[in-house]
Design a protein around this ligand. Structure first.
Ligand code: AMP
Length: 401
């Protein structure tokens, strides 16, 4: 997959019907949007198209209605919020490819926008059904994909429209930024290139570790996944998170790092406690020990102070840093220091800094560091697949420059 895709500025959009796939899958509580971040992030593309006089047909999925019309997953709250944010009415069609959608799309004047109802109200969306994709495409002259969060799924509205619809297919500003920054990091990074991985399970990041070992100068592993690596090195890890089935894999990765000349950093000290905090944010008594001295009845729950310095120094010396996954049980204030120190190191770094994954992104935002990070990815699953080196169908289907 190349990362150099045509974008909305590369096609003539004035007076054209432009179908834009957005990621409006916003969190809702009692029918109210609790964070409109994803809508706000889609605005630059929508405003550009409306400003150029395009007739803008917006579509998105919301939640998991599993191919049925489930009223609680209507995009009505999104249409209302878009109307507020754009200062002009964005009507919601009652269906996705039905008579109301087609009538409303056909009635659009230049510079106006309409939102189609939830694409996943139709079972053919997730099956990437060619007929459904063609029906969607039939309403438009151009397809724009700007839903990075859904780009790892080959669905009718993400990839099918481009594959079966016969429309010019380009990316919006959001996808352009994602593939611009992350694609460069993976294909031609400013070096030293440092990746920091954390989170609970090694099993979730096997392919990411494997792929990044072929790209980075330094790979840092913290969080719960580090203990299987420590065990693979022969350390006692007490009752820390451990995946017995992945010890050999970790050993292979340690050997691969050495063979490739990649510095692989693991925690040199660890914050330990008698048990996992319950509830997760409960007050907890902790101690810090060197990583090879974890007592048999204790559990590692965060990186220690020496490790925080080690990881932060590596991040600060880098020219490109990618971070995905917390360094400890950051939901607990006593166990959040490792995650905070990594977020701080990225914020202080002069490097190109890229944060992916919900937890790490949320940490940067809560700490007020978001503006100091080069790029916070909008897609958890999609950004992980990107780091795995996989082709994302919603991007691969777009036209190369
Ligand atoms: P993930 O979903 O894989 O990104 O992992 C995120 C979760 O990992 C968070 O909920 C953390 O609490 C958890 N986590 C991080 N470090 C540890 C650890 N040392 N032991 C247990 N859980 C951890």
């Amino acid at each position: 997959m190349t990362y150099n895709k045509k974008n909305i500025e590369d096609v003539e959009v004035a007076g054209k019907r432009v179908l834009v796939r957005c990621d409006f899958n916003v969190p809702l509580k009692d029918g109210k949007i609790t964070s409109d971040k994803r809508i706000v992030e889609a605005l630059p593309t929508i405003k550009y198209l409306m400003g150029k006089g395009a007739k803008v047909i917006l579509c998105s999925h919301m939640g998991k209605p599993k191919g049925a019309v489930v009223p609680k997953y209507t995009l009505a709250p999104v249409a209302a919020r878009l109307t507020e944010l754009l200062g002009t009415t964005v009507e919601l069609a009652a269906d996705t490819i039905g008579p109301d959608a087609k009538a409303k799309a056909a009635a659009l004047k230049d510079g106006q926008a309409v939102l189609l109802e939830n694409t996943r109200f139709d079972p053919r969306e997730e099956k990437n059904d060619p007929e459904f994709a063609k029906e969607l495409a039939s309403m438009a002259d151009i397809f724009v994909n700007d839903a990075f969060g859904a780009a790892h799924r080959a669905h009718a509205s993400t990839a099918g429209v481009a594959q079966h619809g016969g429309l010019p297919a380009v990316c919006g500003y959001l996808i352009q930024k994602e593939i611009g920054v992350m694609g460069k990091a993976l294909s031609d990074p400013a070096r030293p290139f440092v990746a920091i991985l954390g989170g609970a399970k090694v099993a979730d990041k096997l392919n990411v570790i494997n792929n990044l070992l072929t790209k980075v100068d330094t790979l840092i592993i913290g969080g719960g996944m580090a203990y299987t690596f420590l065990k693979a090195k022969g350390y006692e890890i007490g009752t820390s998170l451990f995946d017995e089935t992945k010890v050999d894999y970790c050993r292979d990765m340690l050997a691969k790092a050495e063979e490739k000349g990649v510095k692989l950093l693991l925690p040199i000290d660890t914050v330990i406690a008698k048990s996992f905090p319950d509830p997760i944010d409960a007050e907890i008594e902790v101690a810090t020990v060197d990583s090879d001295k974890i007592p048999a009845d204790m559990m590692g729950l965060d990186i220690g102070e020496k490790t925080r310095v080690l990881f932060a120094d590596a991040a600060k010396a880098a020219k490109t840093v990618v971070w995905n996954g917390p360094m400890g049980v950051f939901e607990n204030p006593t166990l959040a220091k490792g995650t905070i120190s990594v977020a701080q190191a990225l914020a202080d770094s002069e490097a190109i800094t890229i944060v992916g994954g919900g937890d790490s992104a949320a940490a940067c935002e809560q700490l007020g560091f978001a503006s100091k990070i080069t790029h916070i990815s909008t897609g958890g699953g999609a950004s992980l697949e990107f780091l795995e080196g996989l082709e994302l169908p919603g991007i691969a289907c777009l036209e190369d420059k």
